[in-house]
Design a protein around this ligand. Sequence first.
Ligand code: SF4
Ligand code: SF4
Length: 396
Amino acid sequence: MDIEKIKKAPVALAGCDDYDREKVYETVKRLLTSIGTCEGTFKGKRVVLKPNLVAAKDPSAAVTSHPSVVDAVTRYVRECGASDVMIAESPGGSYTEPFLSRIYDATGMKELSENGGPRLNGDFTSVSVKFAEGKKLKSFEVLTPVSNADVIVNIPKLKTHSLTGLSCAVKNLFGAIPGFQKFEMHAAYPELDDFSEMLCDLDLALYRDHEIVTVCDAVFSMEGNGPTHGSPVFTGMLMASASTYALDVVAERLAGLGGTTRYLDIAAQKGLVERDPDKIEVVRTGDAPDAFKLVLPDSKKPNSFSMRLLIALPNLLGGKFSRFFEPSPKINVGKCLGCSNCANVCPAKTITMKKKKGKKLAVIGRKNCIRCFCCQELCPHGAVDTVKNPILKLIR
Ligand code: SF4
Ligand code: SF4
């Protein structure tokens, strides 16, 4: 895909106040038409849909992309003549059966597929991709159906994220990397800046080989301890763009996280996007609300958010001293059920399972913890809390 096109891509917005199938379909159609994504993009093409299916949660939890949005995109791309439409996603944790089937089932994707919706990927192989142009990421593994697709329709959920602050279009493509290799990437890039640079490289690498369009589900978004343990919040909007970066700059402002997302700073430094949302062309369609009046200044941020603010202040307290200030994960002994999920996914291998008072519990070895919050993201029981440095508590 032409990088110059990405740099200039507008972001389309439309109001949508619930997940009624027809309403969402009409809105998605209007959005995609308004940014010129139509027959020319999809005719005769193999299309992969990449929703956010990070965990086996009901759509009402606002953890995953809503089936109505996936359904709307499927209908539209088929009408535009796509030769094949398939969902491909590597959720948090294992990328194998029966884990993936449980995710498809809980998130409503199985039902959607069985009722004439998109095919569900069941191919667990991956393809190695070289990206010599990448600053951090020189090669990586990508799901085979993603690699084989002509067009990727990226369908993120607008959410907060304990590590990156924002989880939306750019971060959603991280799920094109299979299973536990995502945790290896966390281990390889333990510093937020390096991880953020890697995310920018990954999107660029996927853009090099594919047409990508993003349709963001922000009817209900997630605030608080995202991406899996926050709360649903009504934002009443669907968004679309050919640029993951531009969409995220607008989404960041909407989420009340304006100017704090490191991967967007880095994308702007690379000249991929305007960092100031006022400089991004916004196309309002139909009854589109004014996105910039919909900013949620009181929305709940992740508990780790103060640190994100510190890191965002150039060279002030980040860098050298950042580790001292960083919030860290803590096992909530009362909630931990000893399932070992966190120990299995921890990229730093610093969680051990121990028996205490006859109960199996996770224990975090602080010294090697890289504060990636994968344990919090993937604990099915919400048993990983965030502990903040006392100074950060004052700053927040
Ligand atoms: S994933 Fe959660 S419940 Fe399971 S062992 Fe870890 S902290 Fe305990
Ligand atoms: S303990 Fe949690 S935050 Fe620390 S490295 Fe392991 S998964 Fe990441």
